[in-house]
Design a protein around this ligand. Structure first.
Ligand code: AHR
Length: 673
């Protein structure tokens, strides 16, 4: 009896160690299907987690124009100084005057702390600029990069002197070369003359911005965006489009024109979470709509701006307020439909700014800012996460007002509507049919969901069941949120990879997708997981980033059908955790098959390319780790990265066949020419 038990235990152990049956996946390579949109895998940018100021935007000085409500926030001023508000820039009127401290051994000056410090690299050049005037005769300042806690003799490791030679406001620029790599430097300015000096818009910018753009982006972060090959770039947010009230909504017109005259806006992520509170989080709008359009172009993505539809964040303004919206109540949070005209005009002017001839008011501004050619805008989002009620069309009434005008004046622009903040539930159920009735071109769906949701095969078959006659889908914000304290861990990325096969199997209806949020400063985040993390010097690409990148680099040009046992491969019962999709790339004649194994066991697969001729081997890109909780970090940025290899292609009769085994919880992309 004992022996029998022992033998069956052995058999059980062997069975669990062995991969289960081989699953045969049939790819129909003969029938080239619907095109895959160039926008299929994209990015969604929002100024959350210090994504703009303190992140992607190259500026290193915090509160450079003294416009924060506490005018010296980010600065330490000392000696004989005064803040004044009759400066040369109407929308940013504040500046500082430094005057003689009264004794040769006393000093006047100020220190800026940057965003969690100022990151500088040895040998790198930084452009210091300042608007200044010396009304009582020539003056001068000394500009230093300092390590305030230095154990060495000098706190400063770089110093330059600038003579202020005009009694009128004038811009002075000097290029500073850092003598040290330091993540948490500060900028110190001393008055170096008996004569007073006034300073405004004090800026420090890396000379080497991404693509060397003036007022451009931090090169390593922007390069990480470009390396993911996004097909679409949605901006400027999210919730910041809506604002917590209408006064703080994102108004694109405030973000264009001379950078010195862009008014400050409070960032709603400053106060959204009291467990991650950042009193110094504002939007300088240095990274504004011109810069967003230019960046989209520089990274090869279609721009997708989003405008306020006249509803401030519905979460934060209560259902009651929104229900009253159609009656024009609660004017701080909701614009009555009858009063929407300026909002709609903003949308029309935005299209003119992006595409209009240089003879037009807004097209001319674009040209004056350095881009006479149109930005070729094709789409516009109206509203972010808005919703209706059974008895109140809070969102769709407003969307309708926008659409009537936009369809008439700009039939060429595709309109992106929304089904609200959830991937299912009453808000989604009310809006989904309305989006079809209203004939919006695309619907933006959002889903931040737990692992169980990503594993559920009703979700991994989500888009198979979508109406082919309805609007196209923009899965515009999604991420797998892990249990407990796990964020951006490997396991979540594999579940995302599996779920994304559903996008691809349904690329005739899913035209755009984007993980969210995109960026986060390691010291300044409010929301996680995020796709790319950074400190002041380094950037980290998460496992989820690599999944996005593998999809984007291998998105192909046309759909191919693929089945396992005559069913879609979507972790259905009997499919042992396999999810898969197949595409054709007419650029190089490749069939590309993506398989995620989201089960806890290795799975053998045999992929048959029916109707194809093939090379004798294929490229394989694999993402695999045994450590489900493993993640890339500032200290170990390359812990989990995709690996490239090759695999033999055999033939079965005339059919090319690829046999492989996918480890438990892994993702592979096969590229077969
Ligand atoms: O991505 C973070 C937030 O999530 C976005 O601002 C909003 O659209 C969603 O609720």
């Amino acid at each position: 009896m004992k022996k029998k038990l022992f033998l069956s235990a052995l058999a059980l152990a062997a069975a669990t160690m062995l991969p289960a049956q081989t699953h045969t996946l049939q790819v129909n390579a003969k029938k080239i299907g619907a095109p895959i949109q160039s926008t299929m895998y994209g990015m969604f940018f929002e100024d959350i987690n210090y994504a703009a100021d303190g992140g992607l935007y190259g500026e290193l000085i915090k509160n450079r124009s003294f416009e924060f409500p506490q005018t010296l926030m980010g600065w330490q001023a000392f000696g004989n100084y005064a803040i004044k508000d009759d400066g040369p820039f109407e929308k940013c009127p504040h500046y500082i005057t430094l005057s003689n401290p009264g004794h040769i051994h006393r000093r006047t000056g100020l220190v800026n702390e940057g965003y969690f410090g100022i990151g500088v690299k040895q040998g790198e050049r930084y452009k210091f600029s300042v608007w200044a005037k010396a009304p009582k005769g020539n003056s001068s300042i000394r500009v230093q990069l300092i390590d305030p806690a230095s154990m060495g003799e000098n706190q400063q490791f770089t110093e330059n002197k600038i003579d202020i030679t005009s009694s009128e406001w004038k811009k002075y620029t000097v290029v500073i070369s850092s003598r040290k790599t330091f993540e948490k430097a500060q900028l110190r300015i001393y008055l170096a003359s008996d004569n007073e000096v006034s300073l405004e818009h004090i800026s420090l910018f890396p000379v080497n911005t991404f693509k060397n753009r003036e007022n451009g982006c931090r090169a390593d972060i922007a390069q990480a965006l470009a390396d993911a090959h996004p097909g679409v770039f949605r901006f400027p947010g999210g919730c910041i489009v809506e604002g917590i009230d209408l006064a703080t909504r994102y108004q694109w017109k405030n973000t264009v024109g001379p950078v010195e005259n862009r008014p400050l806006n409070q960032n709603r992520w400053e106060y959204t979470f009291d467990h991650r509170y950042f009193p110094d989080y504002y939007q300088s709008y240095g990274l504004g709509f011109f810069e967003f359009f230019q960046l989209s172009e520089d990274i090869g993505a279609e721009p997708l701006p989003v405008v306020s539809c006249g509803l401030a964040c519905q979460f934060q303004n209560g259902d009651a307020g929104a229900k009253e919206a159609s009656k024009g109540y609660d004017a701080k949070a909701h614009v009555a439909v009858a009063d929407l005209e300026p909002y709609i005009q903003d949308a029309l002017d935005l299209i003119e700014f992006a595409n209009g001839s240089t003879d037009t008011k807004w097209g001319k501004l674009r040209a004056d800012m350095g881009h006479p050619e149109p930005f070729n805008l094709k789409m516009l989002g109206v509203g972010n996460e808005q919703w209706d009620y059974e008895d109140n069309a809070a969102y769709t009434e407003r969307l309708d007002a926008f659409m009537k005008v936009l369809r008439k004046q700009h039939p060429e622009i595709k309109i992106v509507g929304t089904t609200g903040p959830d991937s299912e539930g009453w808000k989604f159920d009310i809006l989904k049919p309305k989006m079809k009735q209203m004939k919006v071109d695309l619907v933006d769906e959002h889903f931040y969901r737990p692992e169980s949701w990503f594993l559920d095969n009703t979700n991994t078959l989500r888009y198979e069941n979508y109406d082919r006659k309805g609007p196209k889908i923009f899965a515009g914000e999604y991420a797998c949120h892990g249990k407990g304290k796990k964020w951006n861990h490997y396991e979540a990325s594999i579940l995302e990879a599996g779920f994304m096969t559903d996008f691809e199997r349904n690329a005739d209806v899913v035209h755009m997708t984007a993980y969210a949020p995109l960026l986060a400063h390691v010291e300044g985040w409010q929301w996680r997981p995020d796709l790319i993390w950074y400190d002041n010097l380094k950037t980290v690409k998460t496992c989820s980033y690599y999944v996005q990148q593998l999809y984007a680099l291998n998105k192909g040009t046309n759909m191919l059908t693929l089945t396992m046992d005559n069913k879609p491969v979507a972790n259905l019962p009997g499919q042992d955790g396999l999810e898969a999709s197949a595409v054709y790339d007419k650029e190089d004649g490749s069939v590309i098959v993506k398989i995620a194994n989201v089960s806890q066991e290795a799975q053998k697969v045999s992929v048959q390319l029916n109707g194809a001729k093939s090379a004798s081997s294929a490229e394989v890109y694999s993402l695999y780790s045994k450590d489900m909780d493993g993640e890339n970090s500032i200290k170990t940025p390359n812990k989990i990265v995709p690996r490239k290899s090759t695999i033999a292609i055999e033939t079965n009769g005339k059919t090319p066949v690829l046999n492989d085994e996918l480890p438990a919880m892994s993702f592979k992309v096969y590229r077969i020419k």
